[in-house]
Structure formats: C-alpha cells, structure tokens
Design a binder for this molecule. Structure first.
Ligand SMILES: Nc1ncnc2c1ncn2[C@@H]1O[C@H](COP(=O)(O)OP(=O)(O)OP(=O)(O)O)[C@@H](O)[C@H]1O
Ligand SMILES: [Mg+2]
Length: 187
C-alpha cells in the first residue's frame, strides 16, 4: 500500500505556519500527522486558532469533535510512545510559542518568500516547499532567500487534490516521502 513518511519522528511538537494563505499549510500538517500516526505514534492534529473543523475535513473525520485524533483518522491503533502534536498555525509564526520544530510552508513563489521574511524567520528551523510544475524559482532560491533548509518538498498534483476533495487523504495515503534533511535546532 502507498505510504507517507513523516517529516521527522523525533519531535514532540511540530508547528507549521504558512507564509501566505492557501499555500497548503493545513494539508502538510495533516500529511505529517497521518504519517506519524501510521508509524505508531499517538498523534493529535491541532489548529492553533482553535478551529479544528477544516483539519477534520481534510482527514475525512466528523467535525465538531475538537482536535483531530490522527490515529483514528488513519485507522491505526496508537502505540505506547509519548503523544506527539502537530499544530497547524495558519499564517501565524507564533515566535513566542515553545515548540520542538517550527517549519514554514511556502510555494515556490516570490510573494510567499517575501511574506515569510516579513513575518520573521527567527525561530523557524526549516521550510516545506509545496511545488507546482514550471515555476521559475527553485529549492535553492528558497534556501538562499530564507536562510533555512528545505526539509521536504511536496508536489502539487491532481491526484492529491482529488484525494483531498474526496476526504480520502487518510484512507488512501499517497506515496510521499516527507523526510529529508533534519533542521539543526530542536527543543
Ligand atoms: N500538494 C497538493 N496538491 C494538490 N492540491 C493541494 C496540495 N496541497 C494543498 N492543495 C489544495 O490547495 C488548497 C489549499 O490547501 P490548504 O487548505 O492545505 O492550504 P492552507 O495554506 O492551509 O490554506 P488557508 O490559508 O486557507 O488555511 C486546497 O484546495 C487543497 O486541496
Ligand atoms: Mg489552513
């Protein structure tokens, strides 16, 4: 069966924020949380603004239940390990909040990079790039501008969009390897 590899599996709290609305932050948070759940970690997927409904919709769970139990969404029994939390921070870098890993989600887009710099990259360990075909900017440009490693790239594909629209992301995980270079800092 196709499977997703998490961004990393040694962080207690992963905080993902988007340089710009609509770049795919919630989708990346859901993919990472589902991958952790499938790897046996008890995993909770949380919206920093308290509005968890969209995350529930992305993983095909009923809304109104609060933070999303990624193990239930993935149909995987949680292991005995310590609970991990994946936070969808929206567009808020929340630099005053203590987390194990803070990553910014960008598209290969000048405006997204501009916003990320304006919001402040201090405290952000790395970048997840959501990659559309035929953009002029590349991963090297992102790293040069933001001064952080791109720890994962996720392609924009019609297949992934269809899974999302059908609420099947959790039940039919795409084959995606989100693991890459580890950000240097951790807490
Ligand atoms: N890798 C992908 N491939 C195809 N479609 C994607 C991908 N990632 C996200 N999408 C689609 O892009 C849109 C935005 O995704 P998402 O809601 O995750 O972004 P967001 O940054 O959290 O947006 P918002 O600012 O509204 O919170 C949705 O329609 C989603 O289905
Ligand atoms: Mg979102």
């Amino acid at each position: 069966m196709a499977s997703i590899t998490p961004l990393f599996d040694n962080a207690r709290t992963t905080y993902l924020w988007g340089a710009k609305g609509g770049v795919g932050t919630s989708t990346v948070a859901a993919l990472h949380a589902l991958a952790l759940a499938r790897a046996g970690h008890p995993t909770t997927l949380v919206a920093a603004d308290g509005d968890h409904g969209e995350l529930a919709a992305i993983v095909g769970m009923p809304e109104g239940l609060g933070p999303v139990d990624a193990n239930a969404a993935a149909g995987v029994v949680a292991g005995e390990r310590a609970r991990v939390v994946v936070v969808d921070g929206g567009c808020d870098p929340a630099l005053d909040r203590a987390v194990s890993r803070r990553l910014v989600v960008v598209r290969l887009c000048y405006l997204a990079l501009r916003r990320a710099l304006a919001a402040g990259m201090g405290g952000t360990d790395g970048v997840v790039a959501v990659v559309e075909a035929e953009r002029s900017l590349g991963v090297d440009d992102v790293e040069a501008v933001l001064g952080r490693p791109v720890v994962a790239t996720i392609p924009v594909t019609a297949a992934l969009a269809r899974l999302l629209d059908a609420g099947l992301l959790a039940l039919r995980p795409p084959r995606l390897d989100l693991s890459g270079m580890e950000p240097a800092s951790s807490a």
